[in-house]
Design a binder for this molecule. Structure first.
Ligand code: HEC
Length: 183
C-alpha cells in the first residue's frame, strides 16, 4: 500500500515547490527589488501619466534643497492613474549647474533641470515594509537613470541596502518617508 502512495506524495511535493517558487519571487527574494522589466514598464507608464506635471495645481516654488537632490528643487503633486489604479505621486525637479539660483530655475527650468525623481504610492502589498512607495529617478527627458552598479533606478530602490532612496527616506520625520512635510 505504501508504495502505491509514493508517486502521489512526490507529485504533491513537486507541485508545492513549483507553486512556492514564483511566490518567493514576488516577495522580492528571488528577483532584485528594483530595476527589473516590470519596474521599468511601470515607470514608463508613470512617466506617460505624468505628462504636463508642471501645470499641476499643487506645487511649491523653487527652493534650495538638501543633498543629494541637487541644489534647487521644485515639487509637484497630484493623483495619477497608472494601469487602471489611481495613486498619489510626488514629482521633484532637481536643478543644478554653475550659476543656478531660484530665480534662474524659475524663469527657465529646462536650462537647469538635472533629474526628475518621483515617489508614487502603489497598491497595498506592493512593498508593505516601506508604505508601498514606488521610486524612480528619471533624466529630464524621461529616461530611467542607473546607479553606479548599472541598475536601473525604478521600483523598490534600493530595498534592503544601506544606501539609496528607501534607506535615506526611512529617516524622514514622522515615519512617512516624506521630508517635505517635516518641520
Ligand atoms: C541621502 C538621502 C536621500 C536619498 C538617497 C534620496 N533622497 Fe529623496 N529626499 C531627501 C531629502 C532630504 C528630501 C527633502 C528635499 C529637500 O528639501 O532637500 C528628499 C525629497 C524627495 C522627494 C520629495 C518628497 C519628500 O520626501 O519631500 C522625492 C519625490 C524624492 N526625494 C525622491 C527620491 C528618489 C526617487 C530617490 C532615489 C533615486 C531619493 N529620493 C533618494 C533625501 C534623500
Amino acid at each position: 500500500m505504501m508504495t502505491r502512495w509514493t508517486p502521489v506524495v512526490v507529485l504533491a511535493a513537486a507541485l508545492v515547490a513549483a507553486i512556492s517558487l514564483p511566490m518567493q519571487a514576488q516577495d522580492g527574494e528571488m528577483v532584485p527589488p528594483f530595476g527589473g522589466a516590470e519596474d521599468v514598464a511601470y515607470a514608463e507608464a508613470v512617466w506617460a501619466a505624468m505628462d504636463g506635471y508642471r501645470d499641476w495645481k499643487l506645487h511649491t516654488d523653487v527652493y534650495k534643497g538638501q543633498s543629494p537632490h541637487g541644489s534647487y528643487l521644485r515639487l509637484f503633486s497630484t493623483f495619477i492613474t497608472v494601469d487602471g489604479g489611481t495613486h498619489p505621486i510626488i514629482v521633484k525637479e532637481n536643478y543644478g549647474g554653475q550659476g543656478v539660483s531660484a530665480e534662474a530655475a524659475t524663469a527657465d527650468p529646462d536650462q537647469w533641470l538635472k533629474a526628475v525623481t518621483i515617489m508614487l504610492q502603489r497598491e497595498d502589498g506592493y512593498d508593505s515594509d516601506n508604505d508601498n512607495w514606488f521610486w524612480v529617478k528619471f533624466s529630464p527627458s524621461g529616461e530611467i537613470l542607473k546607479n553606479p552598479k548599472d541598475m536601473l533606478l525604478a521600483g523598490r530602490v534600493a530595498k534592503g541596502m544601506p544606501k539609496g532612496c528607501i534607506a535615506c527616506h526611512t529617516q524622514a520625520g514622522g515615519g512617512d518617508y516624506l521630508f517635505s512635510n517635516d518641520e
